[in-house]
Write a protein that binds this ligand. Sequence first.
Ligand SMILES: [Zn+2]
Length: 373
Amino acid sequence: MRKVIVCILIFISTSLTIFGEDNYNQPLIIINEDLIYYENISPQIKGGTTFVPISMFATSIDGIIKWDEEENTATIIKEDKKVEVDFENEIIITNDGNCIICNMYTDNGYLMIPFKSIASYFGYTVSYIESENIIRATDNDAVISDESLIQKLKNKIFKCRNKNNTTEEKIVYITFDDGPSLYTQDILQSLKFYNSNATFFVLSSSIHKYPDELEKIVEGGHSIGLHGVSHDVKQIYKSPVSLVTEMKNDSEVVMSKIGFTSNLIRTPYGSFPYLTKEYRDACVSEGYKIWDWNVDSKDALGADIKPSIIVKNVIEQVKEHEKNNVDPIILMHETLNSSIALPQILNYLTKNGYKVISIDYNENPVNFWHDSR
Ligand SMILES: [Zn+2]
């Protein structure tokens, strides 16, 4: 039996008119600090309104979705809020009895609903970040600014936007430990020249020495990782608690400089042999992802190691990984000779078809323990 709907119809504008043309590149959606991404379907703009698959929306806000195929409705429930989406009549019924007339449609089996209307009902403020063509919905859980967030999600945004590029790109990660330093500026310039990105595992003591560099790293679109405080084996590996405490302290310093922090960690001298399961569990329970490397530039062997040797070390190992189809993760340090070697390394990599990217904060980590948590 069909339900009799008695309610006041509310006509609301579901559009964010600034979106403009229908054929504008499709936007990405961020809810608080999470980029919402589906493998098979993207948000779509039609008639100035952005539509998302209903299931994408429900899971993104940590809601529950219930389908009623007989009635052709779906209900999204989150805490004390509930909306029923009636596809046949194209209306949304909220649990306080309001009916909202909305356009909705099916694409490839996905039921598409207007994002702004529904998100607003669930208490989100929806805004448009025009420079990035991103729609962001925020509630009280959103703590960082749009600018910081875009920097933080830069890699992920890049990947989402390029997911349909079928040409297989070779990827390489370059990582710098122990900075920031006197050489950060040179390193950043070389990276910029080669349109490349890197990951900087920073020490809190170095940030204090070079307080302006962290922001420049972030401005360049690179990732930040944590490397701790003491860099002293006896101190940092005293216990799982001492390791986690150092990373947390480092994290607080990073946060105070750039307004967000990192979940990527590289433990001094690498995770082997110190990071037994007990240590790794402690890191994972704090949300840290443990990153080692598979290409050692050996630039930390001594101050007299020549730039040409550093270049040779890197290229030899990269070639080896290429044979085995493994993405190279290069370990470097912020030293004078490494900063001199870097342009030659970048020149080799880019000429050989590598895209030099920074580690994404959400990526499964690669470490000596094959612990990808
Ligand atoms: Zn180090």
